[in-house]
Design a protein. Structure first.
Length: 118
């Protein structure tokens, strides 16, 4: 199983970045994909999620600025981040999750750094 994040970098406040999470080794259609982030000295927080049915949800702080989407044909999930703010600076992680009545599958990527300069 692999989840590989890319697209992070340094951007000025107000700018945009698009993160990608390329996945392999599991049945993509069966998993909800979530972007988390962890700023230095803070706990990891959920940023955005897309379910197997395509429903999306966001933490309040990014609503209207971030958009999560997926490419089912290529097993890739994206996070379009617009109007970035300094408080968006963090390491962003991709997570794949599936639950059944008796088991949970949970996979993580290695993370990609996003730095927003003010």
């Amino acid at each position: 199983v692999q989840l590989v994040e890319s697209g992070g970098g340094l951007v000025q406040a107000g700018g945009s970045l698009r993160l990608s999470c390329a996945t392999s080794g599991f049945t993509f259609d069966n998993y909800a994909i979530t972007w988390f982030r962890q700023a230095s000295g803070k706990e990891r927080e959920l940023v955005a999620q897309i379910t197997t049915g395509g429903w999306t949800s966001y933490v309040d702080s990014v609503k209207g600025r971030f958009t999560i989407s997926k490419d089912d044909a290529n097993n890739v999930v994206y996070l379009q981040m617009d109007n970035l703010k300094s408080e968006d600076t963090a390491v962003y992680y991709c997570n794949a999750n599936r639950e059944s009545h008796s088991h949970e599958w949970n996979y993580w990527g290695q993370g990609t750094q996003v730095t927003v300069s003010s």
